[in-house]
Design a protein around this ligand. Sequence first.
Ligand code: NAD
Length: 278
Amino acid sequence: MTTPTLSLNDGHSIPQLGYGVFLVPPEDTERAVSEALEIGYRHIDTAAAYRNEEGVGAAIAASGIPRDELFVTTKLWNDRHDGDDPHAAIAESLEKLGLDRVDLYLIHWPTPAKDNYVNAWQRLIEIRQQGLARSIGVSNFLVPHLERIVAETQVIPAVNQIELHPAYQQRDVTEWAKEQGIRIESWGPLGQGKYDLFGTPAVSDAAAAHGKSPAQVVLRWHLQKDFIVFPKSVRAERLKENIDVFDFTLSDAEIEAIDALDPLDGSGRVGTHPEDFN
Ligand code: NAD
C-alpha cells in the first residue's frame, strides 16, 4: 500500500499518513514500529520527549528499508531552546535514532513564557543548513508565535504540528498557515479517544455509508482537508485499519457535517493550551 505524499514549501515531500509513537513505551517501541513498517507505514513521528527514539532507530535498522523510502520526524524538547543547546539536542536524537539526518525536525512547543522560541528557530535553521534535518518546522505554534519567527528570521516553517480533530479545528491557525504555504500536521487526530467523535451521527452515518470504521472516517476527513496525520495505536489490527483509508472518498456533504462538529469555543481541546505549556 503506498501512501500519497504532499509537497512542502522547501521543495521536499512528506507521506501524508504516518505512525506516531507518543506514549508507546520505550520497551515496546521497536516491536510496534517494526510492525508498522511491515504493514506499510513509511513515516514515523517521534520526539526526544517520548523517550523512544532508540526503539524507532532499532526498528528502522532492522527493517532493511532504504533510508530514502522513510520519513522520520523528531522534536526539540522545551528545556533545550536556549543558546546552542538545540545543536546538542539534535546530535543526541540522531545518535539514538542511528541516523545521520532526520527528514523533519520540529520545535515541540513554543513555551512563550520563556521567550526563547526565536532562538530555537534560528538554531533549527542552522541545523537544516548543516544537513542534519532536511526540513524544519514547529509544533503547537499559534498565529502570534508563527508571525514572530517569520518576522525575525524570514524563514517560514515547512509544517506546524498542532492538536487538530473535528472537535477542535483551530481554523485561525490553519487559515494563516495555508496563506503562508505551511502544511498542517494534526496531532491527536482521533481526539485521543477523550472526545466521543465516533458516536456522532456525522461520523457514524458516513462510516455506515462507506462500510468503514468511525476512525477511518475521521482519518479520511483529515486527508481530504490536506492535513498530515499519524494516528497512534500499538495494536496490529488498528495499525492496519488506520492506513486502510485510501479506497473511499467522503462527499462534500459528509465533510461539511464533520466540519460542523467543532463547538468553536475551544471546549473540544483535549491537550494543553500552547500559551500555558511552559
Ligand atoms: P490519537 O488521536 O491518534 O489517539 C490515539 C488513541 O486513539 C490510541 O491510544 C488508541 O486508543 C485510539 N485509536 C487509535 N486507532 C484507533 C482506531 N482505529 N479505532 C479506535 N481507536 C483508535 O492521539 P495521539 O496519539 O495523541 O496523536 C497521534 C500522534 O500525534 C502521536 O502519537 C504523536 O506522534 C503526535 N502528538 C504530538 C503532540 C505534540 O505536542 N506535537 C502531542 C500529542 C501527540
